[in-house]
Design a protein. Structure first.
Ligand SMILES: [Zn+2]
Length: 294
C-alpha cells in the first residue's frame, strides 16, 4: 500500500502545518497516572476531536493528526472520521511510550504495531512520525529508516525549513562535534514554543509543577509573531504548530484558535499537511529561503 499524499502548491509567503497529537488516555498511561481523574483528561480529547474536525472543515484546512495505536484502537469510529475528512494520520507510538526507556526490541514492536494499525485505518502506509513527548533516540532513527518512514517531526534544529535527519552524530568533550551522515528521513522541525501543551496545560509531577493555564490569546500572539517574521523574512518558509485536542478543544481556546487562523490567513500563508511538505522537499523543492528580501 502506498500513501496518497496531496501535492503542495508553491506559496512564497510560506506554509503553516497544523498538527494535532491525539494522545487520549495513552499520555497518562505513560506517566503511570491511571486514576480516573488523569485518565478523564485523556478521555476529553475524544470529545474535542469532532469540534476540531468541524472547525477545520469550515475553513477547508487539511491537517496532520499524530495518533498512537492505542488511541486508534480505543476510538476507532472517531479516528475513522479523521481519515474520512481528508486529514493525514501519522505515527505517535503505540501507547505513547517514552522512547529512551525502551529496549530496541520493544521499540521495534511499538513501531511495527502502530505502523500496521495506521495502515488498517487509513488504508495507506503512514509516512510521518512524531516521538511521544518529543523524545527521539538514535534507536528511533534506526527504526524510522527500517520502516521506510518518510519524515519525522521531533527535532528542533531549524524553525522555517525542513532538513535531513542524521545518524551517527558524536559529541566528544575534547573536540568539536562530529556530525553524522544524513539518513533517508526528512525532518519537519517542531518547537516547544509552538506547542499548546506547555503554554496551556496545568500538570503536577511528583517534584515539579507545569503551570500552563495562560490566556490562549497570549500563546497565539507568540504563534502569530513567529508567522509574521517568517512571512516578512523568508520565502517558502514552514511553520509547524503542535496542538493536542485535550488541550485546545475547550470553548475559549477554540475561539482563540479561530481568531489566530483568521489573522495568519490574512498574511497569505497556505495551510498544508506535513506529508505534502515532506514530499515536496524530497522532490527538491526549496524551503525556508532567507536573505532574499534585503
Ligand atoms: Zn503525544
Amino acid at each position: 500500500m502506498s500513501a496518497s499524499v496531496p501535492g503542495l502548491e508553491a506559496n512564497p509567503a510560506g506554509y503553516v502545518c497544523l498538527s494535532f497529537d491525539f494522545d487520549g488516555p495513552s499520555l497518562w498511561m505513560q506517566r503511570r497516572q491511571s486514576n480516573p481523574t488523569p485518565m478523564s483528561r485523556g478521555e476529553f480529547g475524544a470529545i474535542a476531536v469532532p469540534r476540531i474536525l468541524r472547525l477545520l472543515a469550515r475553513r477547508n484546512i487539511s491537517a496532520t493528526f499524530f495518533i498512537p495505536g492505542h488511541t486508534l484502537e480505543t476510538y476507532p469510529d472517531l479516528c475513522r472520521q479523521v481519515v474520512d475528512a481528508g486529514h493525514e494520520v501519522a505515527l505517535h507510538g503505540y501507547a505513547h511510550e517514552f522512547n529512551p526507556g525502551l529496549t530496541p526490541e520493544r521499540e521495534r514492536w511499538v513501531m511495527q504495531r502502530s505502523f500496521e494499525l495506521i495502515e488498517q485505518f487509513a488504508g495507506s502506509t503512514p509516512t510521518g512520525y512524531r516521538a511521544p513527548s518529543g523524545d527521539l533516540t538514535i534507536q528511533t532513527i534506526n527504526a524510522l529508516v527500517e520502516f521506510g518512514v518518510r519524515y519525522d517531526s521531533s527535532l528542533m534544529g531549524h524553525d522555517v525549513s525542513p532538513y535531513w535527519v542524521r545518524s551517527g552524530d558524536r559529541f566528544p568533550e575534547d573536540r568539536p562535534v562530529e556530525w553524522g551522515e544524513p539518513v533517508d528521513v526528512v525532518e519537519l522541525p517542531f518547537s516547544w514554543t509552538l506547542d499548546d501543551y506547555v503554554h496551556l496545560e496545568f500538570v503536577t509531577f511528583r517534584k515539579m509543577l507545569m503551570p500552563g493555564l495562560q490566556r490562549p490569546q497570549t500563546m497565539f500572539a507568540n504563534f502569530a509573531d513567529d508567522v509574521r517574521w517568517m512571512v516578512r523574512e523568508v520565502e517558502h518558509g514552514i511553520c509547524n504548530v503542535v496542538f493536542h485536542p485535550q488541550v485546545i478543544g475547550r470553548g475559549g481556546r477554540l475561539l482563540a484558535l479561530e481568531e489566530w487562523l483568521d489573522q495568519i490567513s490574512q498574511l497569505g500563508v497556505a495551510f498544508a499537511r506535513m506529508d505534502s511538505v515532506a514530499e515536496a522537499f524530497r522532490a527538491g523543492r526549496a524551503f525556508g529561503i532567507e536573505g532574499q528580501r534585503d
